[in-house]
Design a binder for this molecule. Structure first.
Ligand SMILES: [Zn+2]
Length: 198
C-alpha cells in the first residue's frame, strides 16, 4: 500500500528533522519558568568526546540571561572590568597570540585603518598650522638634542627620542590643540598608547 509507506516516510523524515537542536524545540527557562524555543537561548558550540560538533545552551532564556547579567554588573560595578583585567594578566600568552592574530586579520586591519583616518581627520580639524603647536614640536626636537648629548640621561626604558603626545588620545576624542599636547619620552608614550589619562 503505497499511501502508508509514504506517510510512514514522512513521519520518519519529520522526526529526523526535529533533531534535538532544532530551533523550534522548546526548552524550559530555569528563571522565568517559561518553555521557549531553543533559538531563544544563547548557545555555545563545542566538540564532543566523539569529535562531533555540538552546542550547549544556557539554562536561562536570552531575556533572563541579559537581565541577570545586568543585575550582577549593577550589584558589582567594575567587577567585569576587574575580572577581565585579571584574566588577561593570567593569560598573557593567549592575549599576545590573540592581538597578533587580530592585528593581521581583516577586522584588525580595518580597525587600524579606521583609527588612522580618525586621527588624521582630528589632526586636520584641530588647527594644523597653529604656531603654538609648531612651537611644541620644535621644543620636543630641542629636548631630544639635549638628551642625545647628555651623558647622564640614559634610561633605556624611556628611550632617547621625544614624542609630542596627545594627553587625551586622538583615538578617544582628544583634540590636536596645545592644551592637549605634552612632550613625553618615546618609551613612556609607547606604553601609554591610547589609554585615557589617569
Ligand atoms: Zn526566561
Amino acid at each position: 500500500m503505497p499511501a502508508i509507506t509514504e506517510s510512514r516516510y514522512l513521519v520518519q523524515a519529520s522526526a529526523k528533522n526535529r533533531h534535538w537542536h532544532s530551533s523550534d524545540r522548546e526548552k524550559m527557562c530555569i528563571r522565568c519558568g517559561e518553555p521557549k524555543p531553543l533559538g531563544e537561548f544563547y548557545s555555545y558550540p563545542y566538540t564532543t568526546r566523539q569529535g562531533k560538533r555540538s552546542a550547549r545552551y544556557e539554562s536561562r532564556c536570552r531575556e533572563c540571561s541579559k537581565e541577570r547579567r545586568r543585575e550582577r554588573s549593577l550589584a558589582n560595578p567594575g567587577m567585569d572590568a576587574e575580572l577581565s583585567r585579571r584574566w588577561r594578566s593570567d593569560n598573557p600568552d593567549y592575549c599576545a597570540a590573540y592581538s597578533k592574530e587580530y592585528r593581521s586579520n581583516e577586522s584588525g586591519r580595518k580597525t587600524k585603518a579606521r583609527l588612522q583616518r580618525l586621527r588624521k581627520a582630528r589632526m586636520r580639524s584641530g588647527s594644523g598650522d597653529d604656531p603654538s603647536i609648531r612651537a611644541i614640536y620644535a621644543e620636543a626636537l630641542h629636548v631630544e638634542t639635549l638628551v642625545a648629548s647628555c651623558p647622564v640621561f640614559d634610561i633605556p626604558e624611556l628611550g632617547k627620542k621625544m614624542h609630542v603626545d596627545h594627553i587625551m588620545p586622538l583615538a578617544r576624542g582628544g583634540l590636536h590643540v596645545p592644551s592637549n599636547l605634552q612632550i613625553l619620552p618615546a618609551g613612556l608614550n609607547m606604553r601609554k598608547g591610547a589609554k585615557c589619562p589617569q
